[in-house]
Design a protein around this ligand. Structure first.
Ligand code: G
Ligand code: G
Ligand code: MN
Ligand code: NA
Length: 254
């Protein structure tokens, strides 16, 4: 309850910010987009980890207003990103299970888009596999509605839900992000490499893009690229950074 009280209004008091972690195409290292990650720097408590405050926000319902602020800010920031070449950069925003269930997500997304000038395809929504697969029928209808507006749907932490592969046929998504627990062991554990390869092959056969998260070493990057993984993200490739910094990184791309 204590932290909940502090969290209420934290965005309006300017205590919260977004960092952006770069996402690269593995084949040629092109910077493709970035994931928005919320940070909270409380004046007295200091930095509160997102693993803590997102949970509090989710339980208390504060995630609905926080999520709206995050979407609006992420769309505004990304609308300013300029990059030479074919595809415009994307911004990927985490959507919690409660936001997904709330029913007004399409309106919240449309409203954030409208104010920003961002193209719909430049916005990716990251939903956790478990949130989507919990209520497959209702989620599918909602995801279809969102996709019809042009935004892209990604399944986050993919592989941890276990049932994932077979559900991919029925749930309309544009991409999956292989959970970093698989990436962490991809060089050591033949089972994790086999599973990762299977996810990539299965996704590709369905026309779904694959991102690996948590790439922390060159060897992981190399084996994932060799297995045909499309994109990657992780501390070895790039840390989460401020909006101005990622903006400059897009401009510097050739
Ligand atoms: O940034 P970090 O890796 O510490 O994030 C920890 C967790 O918090 C991750 O699961 C991430 O998805 C989640 N998270 C970070 N920012 C947001 C956000 O803006 N909204 C939601 N729903 N989750 C977020
Ligand atoms: O659950 P989600 O994928 O949204 O989590 C994103 C979180 O993962 C962010 O908090 C980010 O800081 C963290 N992260 C990003 N890259 C790496 C990495 O290479 N290793 C680890 N351990 N965490 C990472
Ligand atoms: Mn994520
Ligand atoms: Na993830």
């Amino acid at each position: 309850v204590q932290l909940e009280e502090e969290l209420r209004g934290a965005w309006d008091r300017g205590e919260m910010s977004l960092l952006y972690q770069p996402i690269f195409r593995l084949a040629d290292n092109r910077l493709m987009g970035a994931e928005a990650l919320c940070r909270w720097n409380h004046p007295r408590l200091g930095v509160v980890p997102p693993s803590v405050f997102i949970e509090v926000a989710e339980q208390s319902g504060l995630i609905e207003s926080l999520g709206r602020h995050v979407l609006v800010r992420a769309c505004q920031d990304a609308a300013g990103w300029r990059q030479p070449g074919d595809e415009a950069p994307f911004v990927s925003v985490n959507i919690s299970p409660r936001q997904l269930r709330s029913g007004d997500l399409p309106d919240v997304v449309a409203s954030a888009m409208r104010g920003s000038g961002l193209e719909p395809a430049q916005l990716h929504l990251e939903l956790t596999e478990t949130a989507v697969l919990g209520d497959e029928v209702q989620a599918s209808a909602l995801l279809s509605r969102l996709r019809a507006t042009g935004v892209k749907i990604w399944l986050d932490d993919f592989g941890t839900g276990f049932s994932g592969l077979s559900h991919l046929r029925r749930v309309p998504v544009d991409g999956v992000k292989i959970d970093r627990s698989f990436v962490a062991d991809v060089l050591r554990d033949p089972d994790d490499l086999a599973l990762t390869s299977a996810i990539i092959a299965m996704a590709h056969s369905l026309g779904i893009t694959v991102v690996a998260e948590g790439i922390e070493a060159e060897g992981q990057f190399a084996v994932l690229r060799e297995r045909g993984c499309d994109q990657g993200q992780g501390f070895w490739l790039g840390r989460p950074m401020a909006a101005t910094e990622i903006g400059a990184a897009f401009t510097a791309e050739r």
